[in-house]
Design a protein around this ligand. Structure first.
Ligand code: FE2
Length: 183
């Protein structure tokens, strides 16, 4: 850390040229990049799911998954913004092609639940890396993210439970679709 002199105040500068109060640990930074990618991949996957439902006249499901897609996109943005606030530059990865074929609604919603659980695991890893490098700024940043992930898992588990209960019966799926349309 550079110190202040009589005629200039020297501060640490990050790769983007921004003043930084505390450098980010290399492994943590790498993990933050990977997590940003995961959010963007999830967003693309949810978009594909929304379109799958739209093709099958299930507009309630389609709008639910569209909203999921938009919120994952926003999460990716929030992570990128955080890295910039910490003086880093953000290089974006390619977003892999999403899965677009499912046999049943249940298969699709099961994948969604697994995706949410994977995102939570990734956030937990970020949290322990932040703790290991005494990066309180990052743990504070992650606290509401973890809170939101727990809610997302709960919401997806609830939807999966209902879809399982419907047991591929079209009339039961239409009822769920109608409920989702009202949200
Ligand atoms: Fe997310």
């Amino acid at each position: 850390m550079q110190s202040a002199t009589s005629n200039s105040l020297a501060v640490n500068i990050g790769p983007s040229g921004r003043a930084i109060a505390q450098p980010i640990d290399v492994d943590l930074l790498q993990a933050l990049y990977q997590h940003t990618s995961l959010e963007r991949v999830s967003s693309a996957q949810y978009l594909a799911m929304s379109l799958w439902f739209l093709e099958r006249e299930l507009r309630g499901f389609a709008s639910f998954f569209k909203n999921e897609s938009l919120s994952e996109q926003e999460h990716g943005f929030i992570f990128a913004k955080y890295m910039i606030a910490r003086g880093q530059t953000v290089e974006l990865d390619e977003v892999s092609k999403p899965i677009q074929e499912w046999e049943t609604v249940q298969e699709l919603v099961s994948l969604s639940f697994q995706m949410e659980a994977d995102v939570t695991t990734s956030v937990q890893q970020l949290y322990s890396l932040a703790e290991r490098s005494n990066d309180t700024r990052t743990t504070v940043f992650l606290d509401p993210v973890i809170d939101e992930q727990i809610k997302a898992e709960d919401e997806m588990a609830y939807l999966l439970g209902k879809v399982k209960f419907a047991n591929n019966d079209p009339s039961a799926l239409f009822i769920i679709d109608n409920e989702l349309n009202k949200n």
